[in-house]
Design a protein around this ligand. Structure first.
Ligand SMILES: Nc1ncnc2c1ncn2[C@@H]1O[C@H](COP(=O)(O)OP(=O)(O)OP(=O)(O)O)[C@@H](O)[C@H]1O
Ligand SMILES: O=P(O)(O)OC[C@H]1O[C@H](OP(=O)(O)OP(=O)(O)O)[C@H](O)[C@@H]1O
Ligand SMILES: [Mg+2]
Length: 395
């Protein structure tokens, strides 16, 4: 008969990967139950005869992890607010909050990397973080599913950068860097990075063997000038930090393009009650908002002999097609005692980028009184990402 033991580990930043494997190798025919207490959230992992129990922890609430600090934190709350999913947090030091519109959902504010770790461990069901964080801390774990891969903020890329000066002056591509005779087993290329999974993987995948890595939490860009490293792998967005530190990116040196994403645990989506429904609603709202954010509603009046004739004129112009096509409605007036429609009101959606072009095209075909208003949401019949998610889950 199996013996079950419970051990409590108290660790401020416990990650499952740091300890889950070792006990299972030494304990045979004995079940050990660890309680990992981390930021006041405790969840059991049961190791039965060497196998980690992957059942979701016992709780009824669905948990969404949001960044507690850093540049992603405010933008994430703003995006949710724009989707009418405002987060209610009693005070900023409280790590648990709610979205009143989504009952049975708990919001947990966590560091981005801990959101990914807790999705993997089953302590969170959903999370919003940068793709770079999912890739670095998720390490290709198949339990992590990207529900929405482009939330349109937090844009940056993970890149290899080298000095502009010295032996690197004429090196402009990864290939040239890899072929430099300087890198040998005795004197490898020294790379400083906080991305200790993605950076070595990239080097290995691209065949650069003579390389070693050092890690630091911030201000990596200083490492080459300090003589600690030859190159760095770090996030770049405006490129200012690299420029100010005399570093350059090289062709073939981009490891990952990143922006904020909505990520979920596959296990939670399939097994935990309520997760799929909440995910569906969040996805619909996010898609509807993000689609609308790029468009304006344009209304105008046009003289015409029939709705079809007006529609034909509109459809002859490339920037005026709208979502499904223009809405054309008669505007009735009285002429010689008879009710007639000499004018038609038209409503279309136009991409923000093409706004002025749309107005010019409308004028060219006889449009007048052109009104432009912001669009809040565009709900389609079904979001393609939802269909994709269901098929990914085999549902
Ligand atoms: N310069 C940048 N511009 C845009 N987005 C960025 C930039 N740097 C990072 N990000 C995105 O924001 C996320 C959070 O980065 P941020 O630096 O704010 O927090 P952090 O790295 O967790 O904290 P810290 O830098 O204090 O360790 C990153 O994972 C990335 O997705
Ligand atoms: O291309 P840029 O717009 O200059 O941005 C890039 C910088 O932004 C991030 O640093 P952050 O501001 O998060 O500071 P950190 O080094 O303390 O993480 C990143 O680590 C780069 O250093
Ligand atoms: Mg940072």
């Amino acid at each position: 008969m199996a013996v079950v033991q419970t051990i409590f580990l108290q660790c401020p930043s416990a990650s499952i990967s740091s300890f889950s494997a070792s006990p299972s190798t030494t304990i045979n025919r004995v079940s050990v139950k660890f309680m990992v207490s981390c930021c006041s959230v405790a969840s059991p992992i049961t190791v039965v005869n060497g196998n980690v129990d992957k059942r979701p922890s016992e709780r009824d609430e669905v948990r969404l992890g949001l960044p507690s600090k850093g540049r992603m934190a405010t933008d994430t709350l703003e995006l949710l607010k724009d989707c009418q999913l405002s987060v209610r947090q009693v005070n900023p030091r409280q790590y648990v909050a709610e979205i009143p519109l989504l009952s049975n959902l708990e919001v947990w504010f966590q560091r981005p990397k801990d959101i990914v770790r807790k999705l993997v461990s089953g302590d969170l069901d959903l999370g919003i973080v940068g793709l770079d964080t999912v890739s670095e801390y998720g390490q290709g774990n198949e339990d992590l599913i990207l529900v929405h891969d482009a939330l349109e903020y937090g844009d940056c890329h993970l890149s290899l950068a080298i000095p502009k000066y010295g032996i690197f002056e004429n090196i402009n591509s990864f290939k040239e860097l890899a072929q430099m005779p300087q890198w040998t087993p005795e004197r490898p290329l020294r790379v400083a990075t906080g991305f200790t999974y993605l950076a070595p993987k990239f080097m290995k995948d691209n065949g650069l063997k003579n390389v070693i890595f050092s890690t630091a939490d911030g201000a990596l860009e200083a490492a080459p000038a300090m003589g600690i490293a030859d190159a760095i792998v770090d996030l770049v967005s405006s490129g200012t930090t690299l420029r100010e530190n005399n570093l350059k990116e090289i062709e073939g040196g981009v490891i990952l393009e990143s922006q904020a994403v909505l990520v979920a645990s596959r296990k939670s989506l399939i097994q935990r009650k309520g997760v799929l429904d909440i995910t569906h609603e969040m996805l619909e709202r996010l898609e509807a908002h993000l689609r609308a954010a790029g468009q304006f509603t344009v209304t105008a009046n046009m003289r015409g002999s029939s709705a079809e004739e007006v529609a034909e004129r509109i459809l002859s112009q490339t920037s005026l097609s709208g979502l499904q096509g223009p809405t054309v409605s008669p505007v009735f007036g009285k002429r010689d005692g008879k009710v007639t429609a000499d004018y038609y009101a038209i409503v279309i959606c136009a991409p923000k980028k093409e706004l002025y072009k749309s107005v010019q095209q409308l004028r060219a075909i006889g449009g007048s009184g052109v009104l432009i208003s912001p669009l809040t949401y565009i709900f389609d019949e079904e979001t393609p990402r939802w269909r994709q998610l269901l098929s990914n889950l085999g549902l």
